[in-house]
Ligand binder design. Structure first.
Ligand code: ADP
Ligand code: MG
Length: 696
């Protein structure tokens, strides 16, 4: 890479006119420190001053440019200062321009008959159409009718640095843009295949769009310049994950190589045979463990595909080799269920299982902490595992269940507990959120991915119906029938972003209605406020079929496994996203009996909610549902907001730009193999700055 690139790009802002220490400091707070940061400060929108609208063509709400003469001026002082300038054009219509802040000299410029051009949003005022605080300038008679030929970029308002000032700085910085030979980081050979503009040209095209460019092209991301920059940004993030991965992979880890016989006693006691997919994934894991470097593997498997058994086999391998394994789950309920499962599976084999969760009292934690420090082979818990007070003696395998519920940082901080000079722990990440391949490639480029693409045999697809809330009585009558036939039922109350307290109240109310409608049926209630001991007692009773109907909040959303439960009612299903509905519904359909899911909704449904419910009725396939979710809502929901928030793209949008991902992968592979120093420069250009930005 030519050194000049870095030099011009990193030039500090004081080479620009109008940047004193105060402005520089304000910009720095927002992560803008160099010329390059200004180049990458893209406009947040555009104003279209390429056309002049006639006053009789104006539409309410539209932003438009008009060319008008001053007809009259009114100044009001009664309540607060106000300047109202009545203007007109050839159409003989009038428009008011209103100002609440203005200087005397400014007001004095509006002489009747003067020609001016104003740009603003059209609103309905007291006396007809008006523009409030339009931008305007007076123009000479001979310039009448001559418009600008390109869209005007609009920059954000950074505290203390106005949009106009920022725009001026960006324009100056662009004048100092070095030639493409210094700027372009994608090698000629690859650029030719992409059919996209060069970096410098793309920047110019966005900051000063070519004549003829439309707002729609720029905003939809279809414009080649936008695609070029988005591609490079996605490339930078992808490369940065790949490089992190390479760094981790180069560390040593104690090789774990145990014979098949180490698994035999476990498999012999398991009440089922592994599916082909489970066996394949276990072999992927065993191969990783043998390498002498840390495993970094994501196991993706739809709800109910049997990820827990895979995790158990991974743990067994490490434990047989003398190490400790830890499994972290996102909710207390799930952690406790895992602890129970692992005890059932491991204790008969003489393997100790320790459980640690946040809600234990200090006295209750003392014993588990002691056993973890003493080397207890299998540890199951919640986030509590990551606390400073938890010390392992020989942590070799870190497993995270339902990874989308955790931030990347949390996964890493558990790993750090097993980190030492000589070795780094293996990591196994489990997720039920099926992520379309291209998206996985970009979000999880630091991980190897195995997919459990087969459900255990004998499952019958869940029948899903949608019913309006007004038919609640009918629903209760159906539940009564199901109960008579011996089915067990989840009744899920959903409230989004309300406190535990309010959720508990609404679950309580639902519980009372349901219990009153089902005399003679044993109904229980579970929500976030129920004490931990009581929670586990209720779950046990439900698992043992002592409780027949479980009314619960979405605490049961992830991971809960009660195979005999075969009916799920979801209240206010219209409020939930597809991923969440799929997770919830995945709690049923786990046994051999036909299962049912009843989605209750509050009419009228929005178009989006209607579509989601329709998708749920039509398919059970997690991948199809994920693709739909991506199309409907973008990637935030799929990946978990924390994670997309961590990434903080400036330009790219994983939903909008998903089609670029295959090219990103291709370019990334070529760069890493053939032009490693350019790969570094791409990461430096985008990711270093983005990280600063996110912390600003
Ligand atoms: P998830 O992938 O959603 O975490 P679980 O590990 O909870 O799924 O497994 C779902 C259910 O399927 C559990 O009751 C589990 O015991 C059972 N199961 C797992 N693997 C198999 C298999 N190969 N055959 C039959 N049942 C299985
Ligand atoms: Mg699970």
């Amino acid at each position: 890479m030519k050194p000049e690139f870095g030099e011009s790009a990193r030039k500090p802002l004081d080479v620009l006119r109008g940047v004193g220490p105060a402005t520089a400091a304000k910009l720095r707070e927002r992560g803008i420190e160099s010329l390059q940061d200004l180049w990458l400060q893209l406009p947040t929108g555009f104003e279209d001053r390429t056309r002049i609208a006639r006053l009789d063509d104006l539409q309410l709400g539209q932003s438009a440019q008009v060319e008008v003469r001053v007809a009259a001026v009114e100044r009001g002082f009664r309540f607060r200062p106000m300047l109202k300038v009545l203007v007109e054009d050839d159409s003989l219509r009038q428009l008011s321009l209103r100002f609440f802040h203005y200087s005397a000299s400014q007001a004095a410029q509006f002489l009747p008959g003067r020609l001016l051009r104003a740009y603003g949003q059209v609103r309905l005022g007291g006396t007809g159409y008006e523009m409030v605080h339009p931008s305007y300038r007076f123009i000479a008679e001979e310039k009448a009718g001559i418009c600008r030929d390109r869209l005007d970029p609009v920059y954000p308002n950074i505290d203390g640095v106005g949009t106009a000032t920022l725009g001026k700085l960006v324009r100056q910085a662009l004048q100092l843009l070095p030639p493409e030979s210094e700027l372009e980081l994608i090698p000629e050979a690859l650029l030719a295949d992409l059919d996209l503009p060069r970096f410098g040209a793309a920047l110019q095209a966005i900051h000063a769009p070519d004549p003829g460019t439309t707002l729609a092209q720029l905003q939809s991301g279809r414009h080649p310049a936008m695609r070029r920059l988005a591609l490079e940004e996605l490339l930078a993030h992808h490369l940065s994950l790949r490089k992190k991965r390479l760094a981790l992979k180069s560390k040593p880890a104690r090789p774990v190589d145990v014979p098949d016989s180490a698994f035999a006693p476990f498999l012999a006691r398991l009440p089922f045979a592994l599916t082909g997919a489970q066996r394949r994934v276990v072999e992927d894991i065993r191969a990783d463990l043998r390498t002498g470097h840390p495993m970094l593997r994501l196991v993706q498997g739809d709800v109910g595909s049997g990820k827990t058994a895979v995790a158990a086999l991974a743990a067994l391998a490490v434990i047989a080799g003398g190490g400790q394994a830890a499994l972290m789950a996102p909710t207390e309920l799930l952690a406790e269920q895992h602890a129970r499962t692992f005890r059932d599976w491991f204790e008969p084999l003489g393997i100790e299982v320790v459980f640690l969760a946040g809600k234990l009292t200090a006295a209750q934690r003392r014993e588990p902490l002691k056993r973890i420090a003493a080397g207890a082979p299998m540890v199951v818990g919640t986030h509590a595992l990551m606390q400073d007070t938890v010390a392992f003696s020989n942590l070799e395998l870190v497993m995270v269940d339902e990874q989308h519920r955790f931030g990347v940082g949390q996964r890493l901080s558990l790993r750090d507990k097993g980190e030492s000079e000589e070795s780094s722990p293996h990591q196994l990440i489990l997720t039920a959120t099926p992520i379309p391949r291209t998206l996985a490639m970009s979000a999880y480029a630091d991980l190897d991915v195995s997919v459990i693409d087969e459900l255990p045999p004998g499952r019958t697809p869940v029948q899903t119906v949608a019913l309006a809330n007004s038919r609640r009585d009918e629903v209760i009558a159906r539940i009564r029938d199901y109960c008579r036939q011996g089915h067990q039922v989840y009744w899920v109350c959903t409230l989004i972003e309300e406190s535990d307290e309010i959720q508990a109240q609404s679950a309580q109310a639902a519980f009372e209605t349901v219990a009153a409608g089902l005399p003679g049926v044993s109904v229980a209630l579970l929500h976030g406020k129920v004490a931990p001991a009581e929670k586990s007692r209720i779950m046990r009773a439900f698992k043992d079929n002592v409780v027949q109907v479980l009314v619960a909040t979405t605490v049961i959303e992830v991971g809960v496994d009660v195979p005999n439960a075969s009916v799920m009612v979801i209240e206010n299903a219209e409020r939930l996203g597809l991923a969440q509905l799929h997770q919830l519904r995945g709690r049923v359909g786990r046994g051999a009996t036909a299962s049912h899911c009843l989605l209750l909704y509050q009419a009228p449904l929005s178009a989006m909610a209607r579509e989601r419910i329709e998708v749920m009725r039509q398919t059970d396939d997690g991948f199809l549902i994920a693709e739909k979710d991506l199309a409907l809502r973008g990637p935030g929901e799929l990946l978990g907001t924390r994670q997309t928030g961590d990434v903080g793209y400036r330009i790219a949008d994983l939903g909008r730009d998903a089609a670029l991902l295959p090219e990103v992968l291709h370019v990334a592979n070529r760069l890493l193999a053939e032009y490693p120093e350019r790969a570094d420069a791409v990461v430096a250009r985008w990711v270093g700055a983005a990280a600063r930005y996110a912390h600003a």
